[in-house]
Design a protein around this ligand. Structure first.
Ligand code: SAM
Length: 262
């Protein structure tokens, strides 16, 4: 189908309705623009709290020696490095020498390049791979991975269902899926303060630090368009994941959806 065709399905890009083709192109533009300042902006926007959410999510994944991990929309590779660290700790505890491996898969080469440049990759030589690919169409055979993670990525997919089906396909039976994403406040009293911070402070910070207010305006709008905790849980179940649980972080600012492939 031609780009921008009138018959193409429309999806949200922040508060705008665009074709799927246009969303893919614009999301690529957003992350190409912010790639070099991405890690710094995350720390500034969340005062470092995103690291605690990721830490808890990876503890839930519970990486084991010898496992294969795929971090979809993995950006600069933070979760993949955490997976390898925790798998090595488990190996040491259990006295086994099987090494886990991880792949950071992202549609945007600029984000991957920013991640590859980090000094702390050295210790993972031969165990950490970087692949530029679309999470909705993964270049891996069925039942390839023990764990798939997606943090702050699936909100940007043009077709979330296609992504969930792919995660299910590439997971081995008994494999784990962890989706960490911005979500919806569970404490209504804090909503007004959160909205003020999101719409007034974050785009300004984006402008100052990354020279790009629009990309951070997209961030806060896209969070509002993402389904509720219960609705996304139902989407994961619909894609074939079982025992799906939801853990809210910081009053629902973010949530971890965790499920098992059967
Ligand atoms: N997971 C990393 C983290 O938590 O820091 C990066 C998250 S960043 C907010 C979102 C990432 O999703 C970007 O690197 C973007 O390129 C990637 N992305 C968006 N759509 C994608 C798709 N269809 N397939 C793979 N990656 C995608």
């Amino acid at each position: 189908m031609a780009a921008g065709s009138e018959t193409e399905r429309k999806v949200s890009f922040g508060f705008e309705e665009v074709t799927e083709t246009e969303k893919v192109a614009r999301v690529k533009g957003v992350f190409r623009s912010v790639a070099s300042r991405y890690d710094l902006m995350n720390d500034l926007m969340s005062a470092g709290v995103h690291r605690l959410w990721k830490h808890d999510a990876m503890n839930r994944v519970n990486p084991q020696p010898g496992e294969r991990h795929l971090d979809v929309a993995g950006g600069t590779g933070e979760l993949a490095r955490a997976f390898l660290t925790l798998a090595d700790r488990a190996a040491k505890r259990r006295g086994v020498d099987r090494e886990a491996t991880a792949i950071v898969c992202d549609i945007n080469d600029a984000m991957l390049e920013a991640g590859k440049g980090r000094a702390d990759n050295e210790k993972w030589t031969g165990r950490l791979d970087w692949v530029c690919a679309d999470g909705q169409n993964l270049p891996y055979p069925d039942r390839s991975f023990d764990a798939v993670t997606v943090s702050f990525g699936i909100r940007n997919f043009a077709d979330r269902q296609a992504g969930l089906r792919e995660f299910r396909r590439v997971l081995k039976p008994g494999g784990r899926l962890a989706v960490l994403e911005f979500s919806h406040m569970t404490a209504p009293a804090l909503q007004a303060a959160y909205d003020t911070y999101s719409f007034n402070v974050i785009p300004k910070l984006g402008s100052l630090v990354a020279g790009d207010a629009d990309s951070y305006q997209y961030l806060v709008e896209s969070i509002r368009q993402f389904p509720s905790q219960d609705a996304f849980k139902a989407e994961m179940e619909g894609a074939g994941f079982s025992r799906v649980s939801v853990t809210n972080y910081s009053g629902g600012i973010a949530a971890l959806h965790f499920g098992w492939a059967v």
